[in-house]
Design a protein. Structure first.
Ligand code: ADP
Ligand code: ZN
Length: 292
């Protein structure tokens, strides 16, 4: 089966052709400008590729409620040119194939759960810590949507007593994204994360906030494994700090075999940065089967 996959991001649109086994045959990257400029390029790429369905993992917020009039729209995004934009409708009309749609992080969670390190688990999470923070959640074997979709990057956190940074989120200031995403690190310390590798205090504080969020996710969602991805996690020495800090903050309240083996519980992605695009292939397969 030939399938199309689109990872729609704030800076670039990754388009790929692949199949139902998650194999990627070819891909291109197109800069995200305004819909007027970018959408014709996406359509041009996919239109003669003989795909039977398309899957999209999309930046958000997006409307995933199938009974809503604005299902398939990007909704209140700060990228204003894309606000209230019917991305699914436009691609469906142009390509005339089923179009699966979910958030970018739900796409990554699905890719890993189908072909990667959370395969076979009914409950898992994928958290990306990059320019923003997002959380994709699989509960009882399916992606969690709820009334909209989870916005786990905006979990409200308690400040570390020694941190006097005000927080970067325009809505909440000191949510997880506002305290721990790449731009918050840069604003707090005056340098990009990649240039702060040898500053122990930077990564201890970072681990403190990430762990606080993970403890909350663990308490509410009880995931069987948590994946941490995104540019900030390229700091290899941070993973052990996060694991230690999660154990410290949990304070022994929950005892499971998963937490005892925390190296296999909180893990890095396993699909060579293809988890998002592979997840989009799976969204395509699922939508094809749904519409058949
Ligand atoms: P995006 O979230 O835009 O898709 P990334 O996941 O690569 O992209 O995240 C980019 C953010 O991650 C930037 O804020 C950048 O400063 C930060 N970042 C990238 N590489 C590193 C690194 N090696 N160490 C720490 N921070 C990094
Ligand atoms: Zn926020």
């Amino acid at each position: 089966m030939r399938l199309g996959a689109l990872e729609a991001g704030g800076t670039k649109m990754v388009c790929a052709i692949g199949n139902e086994n998650g194999e990627i045959i070819e891909r291109v990257s197109i800069p995200t400008e305004t819909p007027d400029i970018t959408m014709p390029k996406l359509i041009e790429y996919f239109k003669d590729k003989k795909i039977e369905a398309l899957g999209i993992g999309c930046f958000g917020p997006i409307d995933l409620n199938r009974s809503s009039e604005t299902y398939g729209y990007i909704t209140t995004t700060p990228k204003l040119a894309w606000a209230n934009y019917n991305i699914v409708g436009v691609l469906k009309a142009a390509l005339k194939v089923p179009v699966g749609f979910d958030t970018d992080v739900n796409g990554s969670a699905l890719g890993e759960a189908t072909w990667g390190i959370t395969k076979g688990l009914e409950n898992s999470m994928y958290i990306t810590i990059g320019t923003g923070v997002g959380a994709g959640i699989i509960t009882n074997g399916i992606l969690l949507h709820g009334m909209l979709h989870p916005e786990g990057g905006h979990l409200l956190l308690s400040k570390h007593p020694d941190d006097d940074y005000e927080g970067k989120c325009p809505y909440h200031k000191t949510c997880l994204e506002g305290l721990a995403a790449g731009p918050a690190i840069e604003a707090r310390w005056g340098k990009k994360g990649a240039e702060l590798a040898d500053r122990k205090e930077v990564w201890e504080l970072e681990a403190y906030y990430i762990a606080q969020a993970l403890v909350d996710y663990i308490m509410i969602l009880s995931p069987q494994r948590i994946i941490l991805g995104g540019g900030v996690m390229h700091q290899e020495h941070m993973m052990p700090l996060v694991r230690e800090e999660v154990k410290r903050q949990l304070a022994g309240y929950i005892k499971t075999k998963e937490l005892e083996d925390i190296e296999h519980y909180i893990v890095l992605p396993s699909l060579d940065d293809n988890q998002g695009i592979m997840g989009a292939l799976k969204l395509a397969v699922d939508e094809y089967q749904l519409e058949k």
